[in-house]
Write a protein that binds this ligand. Structure first.
Ligand SMILES: [Fe+2]
Length: 369
């Protein structure tokens, strides 16, 4: 039973509602631990959001859609490989051995079987992102979202596994982008942007030579920044010149980049990102893919704090599967910001009420490379 808060709101005495893991998957602080003054700096440095347990969260259960153990295994496999290549391999020397290709394929099958059993994704998958693991968390999330879309399109298992592999490796070319450009805070110059853009070509160049992987996997790296109207890169492909997998990963990638929490900054709510994507369907993104995806992920993850149109503050308690935009909420503050009795409101029964914003910490000035 817990709710998500911005880590900047952590205070001594609060109780942790979900275990925090470090970048290597080791337990940093366990669920249930009382926060002490000394923990706060470290947590705030690594995490933008945390879950806490308190009296207002009673009965609110965060559903873990993807088991943490599976996520951590995948993350550590990616990290080992990434670091090996980064330190030892030039672009033309990279090779994926048969053993690794098989473990990645098995891992995608494991993720797929979980996705196939999920009606609607309720978990905020980016809440585990830290400064050090966000590359891996992003790659895994893009694979999960891409396979969710692929499953609702009825793709075969073989195709879904290739889609997952293509998605988890889509940004692999970034290994060969200079770190100072990749991690530059603030706006990039036109020249730096050109350098970043090379990651799509480089990813393709590396993956197309890997005989253990399908040709389609390499095309995911090549095409994930292409846009329907030709405004994308590297080749400015148009419409159906872009492979279905490229179109799917484009949506999954942008979605995760925008909802992703980064240190000191919360991500946008799924509902806000869906609005963004819908405003660009047919020009940049495929309408059918965005529509299918918006039915499979919860617009308002359970445990998130929201503001209602009458000024009250509430926490998302549960979703109405057929009406993802109208969840069941628990009011925690009145319009004057005073704590209230925990009244529950099903937004299906109160159509005059809407959710007007996510949380004060939401920052909209993202950039997507
Ligand atoms: Fe990319």
């Amino acid at each position: 039973m817990s709710r998500q808060i911005s880590s900047s709101l952590l205070r001594p005495g609060m109780r942790l509602g979900r275990t925090l893991y470090d970048e290597h998957g080791r337990v940093l602080l366990s669920k249930g631990v009382e926060i002490r003054e000394g923990f706060i700096d470290k947590i705030q440095k690594d995490f933008a959001v945390v879950y806490i347990d308190d009296e207002v969260t009673e009965g609110i259960e965060i559903k873990e859609a993807v088991p943490m153990e599976l996520r951590l295994q995948t993350q550590s496999m990616l990290r080992t490989q990434w670091e090996l290549w980064k330190n030892n391999a030039t672009l033309d020397k990279v090779s994926i051995d048969r053993h690794l290709a098989k473990s990645m394929r098995d891992q995608m099958k494991n993720l797929l079987s979980i996705i196939q059993g999920t009606t609607i994704l309720q978990e905020d998958l980016s809440s585990v992102a830290t400064y050090d693991n966000q590359t891996y968390v992003h790659s895994i999330n893009v694979a999960i979202y891409s396979m969710i879309i692929g499953v609702s399109m009825g793709l075969t298992e073989n195709m879904l596994v290739d889609l997952g592999l293509g998605a988890i490796l889509h940004d692999i070319g970034k290994i060969w982008v200079p770190v100072d450009v990749l991690n530059k805070p603030g706006k990039l110059t036109a020249d730096e942007y050109e350098v970043i853009k090379k990651h799509a070509d480089m990813g393709h160049e590396v993956l197309v030579k890997q005989h253990e992987l399908s040709y389609l996997v390499a095309h995911c790296a090549y095409q994930h920044h292409e846009r329907l109207n030709g405004s994308g890169y590297p080749r400015g492909l148009v419409g159906d010149e872009i492979h279905l997998f490229g179109k799917i990963i484009a949506v999954a990638d942008v979605y995760d980049a925008m909802v992703m929490h980064r240190p000191y900054r919360r991500g946008m709510l799924p509902s806000e990102v869906m609005e963004y994507l819908y405003s660009r369907v047919e020009t940049e993104y495929d309408l059918n893919i965005v529509a299918l995806f918006s039915k499979k992920v919860s617009m308002y993850p359970i445990g998130t704090e929201v503001k209602l149109s009458d000024g009250r503050t509430a926490i998302i308690k549960d979703t109405n599967p057929n009406f993802p935009g109208r969840p069941i909420v628990r009011i925690i503050q009145n319009e004057r910001g005073e704590a209230t009795a925990h009244e529950e409101v099903n937004l299906i029964d109160h159509l005059y009420l809407t959710i007007v914003n996510a949380h004060d910490g939401a920052i909209m000035d993202f950039f997507i490379d």
